[in-house]
Design a protein around this ligand. Structure first.
Ligand code: ADP
Ligand code: ADP
Ligand code: MG
Length: 454
């Protein structure tokens, strides 16, 4: 049953991205927005807009009843959750289905199984996908944590099973730190995620973050190759690439096949990403988590495969089977994405809202800028700081980096501080150009190479 009208329960650049994909498919759109987002680009672009409540996300973008009412009031028959907010909330997906609507994403039971990080580890083990050595399921007490840690070996990482966005992670170097951190982590996870469940992993030092994009229709699943997201600050991605230049063909095949094995074993439906750590020294990969939604960095995969991932997830939600087999998905060239945030990289990444006085975007076939900005737009202070994503494609990695450097010179966003100066420095940095990086590279590099203020 094809989708007749799609409601977007999100904001910012991803709302704009979903409206565009729906327009490309000829599906009318309804933008659900908070009072703070009445002037947003997605509202202007969508066919209809509905106010779902006050600026505070708990009262609007996280308000399940308000979103379902908005869908009823506008006769939308499907809801796209974007990323963040309710996108990985199984109760929301269930409520959407119970209301007789289509949730653009996996089945609610798949979200519960894979969205819980400790449960996802078990699902990976069942599918014979290698995981990071760690606790058997949740750690129920400090004593159990100590036993598990002495078996795993220090340093260990304590993770919130419901965590995400780089939050809810702590490292213990030894037993006395562990004792202190377990109870701290439990309280923080309870406060931040409403769930104090914890598990533990061995710290893999100097690993790369490599993740695999999958698409499934509930029966079949394919991968769309990998992305490398090793350049991180506070465990949040800053710069992303596809494919990973660190993998040889057999390593690429192994990690992509692991991802498909897990996706198939749960009958995955929709777009999803399996995240792994990759150890250069051993060439081994270890599953860390699955994101059961579209990801921020999906455009780099689109640039190298030519697949419109958001359109595909909407088609699948409408009941279409996957339109390609694995051999139809081919890899062409290299793509890079820089996250442009409303943060001041010369002042400890202090976030700051503002009004966009001037916006100038580089135009070329190999450049794409996914954004919600327009001149005169007032960036509201209530939400995360992502303003847009600058994406380039090239025949190879060196050309893509050169094109990124050039595109960054051509991108002007006046009216607030952005991370553009950071990316200009990254595009010049020798270790990045030689791909000599890992997930703990960027923070010390920033200490040694402070970003000049503009
Ligand atoms: P990606 O894996 O797509 O790079 P991120 O981990 O950066 O995604 O998260 C995407 C968005 O969702 C970000 O805005 C992030 O802050 C938010 N997010 C992710 N997980 C959570 C969570 N558990 N609670 C709140 N926000 C989250
Ligand atoms: P989130 O749900 O917040 O995205 P992840 O489990 O995906 O959390 O981990 C976020 C980041 O933390 C990874 O990309 C990596 O940089 C780092 N990380 C996670 N697990 C480990 C580990 N076991 N060893 C070393 N680094 C890790
Ligand atoms: Mg992650």
């Amino acid at each position: 049953m094809a989708i007749k009208k799609l409601l977007i329960a999100n904001r910012g650049e991803i709302a704009v991205r979903v409206v565009r994909a729906a327009q490309g498919l000829g599906i009318p759109t309804v933008q659900a927005h908070s009072m703070a987002d009445a002037d947003s680009l997605a509202v202007k672009m969508a066919d209809e807009a509905v106010d779902i409540g006050p600026p505070h996300a708990a009262k609007s973008y996280l308000n399940i009843d308000a979103i379902l009412k908005a869908a009823r009031d506008t006769n939308a028959d499907a809801i796209h959750p974007g990323y963040g907010f309710l996108s990985e909330n199984a109760a929301f997906a269930q409520a959407v289905e119970d209301a007789g609507l289509i949730f653009v994403g996996p089945r609610p039971e798949t979200i519960s199984r894979l969205g819980d990080k400790a449960a996802a580890r078990e699902a990976a083990e069942t599918a014979k996908v290698p995981t990071v050595p760690g606790s058997d399921g949740l750690i129920e007490s400090t004593e159990a944590a100590k036993d598990a840690a002495s078996r795993i070996g220090y340093p260990v990482m304590i993770k919130a099973s419901a965590g995400g966005g780089g939050r809810g992670i702590k490292i213990a170097e030894n037993e006395s730190q562990l004792e202190k951190l377990v109870s701290e982590a439990r309280n923080e996870a309870q406060a931040a995620f409403g769930n104090g469940a914890l598990y533990m992993e061995k710290v893999i030092r100097n690993a790369r973050h490599i993740e695999v994009q999958v698409l499934g229709d509930g029966v079949n699943a394919v991968h769309c190759f990998e992305r490398e997201c090793s350049l991180q600050r506070r465990r949040q991605k800053v710069w992303e690439e596809a494919p990973s230049a660190a993998l040889n063909d057999s390593q690429r095949k192994a990690i992509c096949e692991s991802a498909v094995a897990l996706a198939r074993s749960v009958g995955y439906r929709g777009a999803g990403t399996l995240e792994f750590l990759f150890d250069d020294a051993s060439g081994e990969h270890y599953f860390i988590e699955m994101n059961t939604r579209i990801q921020v960095e999906h455009p780099v995969t689109e640039m190298i495969t030519g697949i419109d991932l958001v359109a595909e997830m909407i088609r699948i939600a409408g009941g279409e089977p996957l339109r390609f087999q694995q051999s139809d998905v081919t890899l062409n060239g290299h793509a890079i994405e820089c996250r442009i945030n409303a943060e001041d990289p010369s002042n400890n990444f202090m976030p700051g809202p503002g009004v966009i006085d001037r916006l100038s975007v580089p135009a070329a076939d190999h450049v794409r800028f996914d954004t919600m900005l327009y001149e005169g737009y007032q960036v509201p202070p209530f939400y995360d700081s992502l303003l847009g994503k600058l994406i380039v494609h090239g025949p190879d990695r060196q050309t893509a980096i050169d094109r990124m450097a050039e595109a960054l010179e051509g991108l002007t966003i006046d009216g607030l501080k952005t991370t553009i100066p950071l990316h200009r420095e990254l595009a010049k940095a020798a270790p990045i150009r030689s791909n000599d990086i890992h997930t703990q590279f960027l923070e010390p590099w920033l200490e040694a190479n402070p970003i000049p203020s503009e």
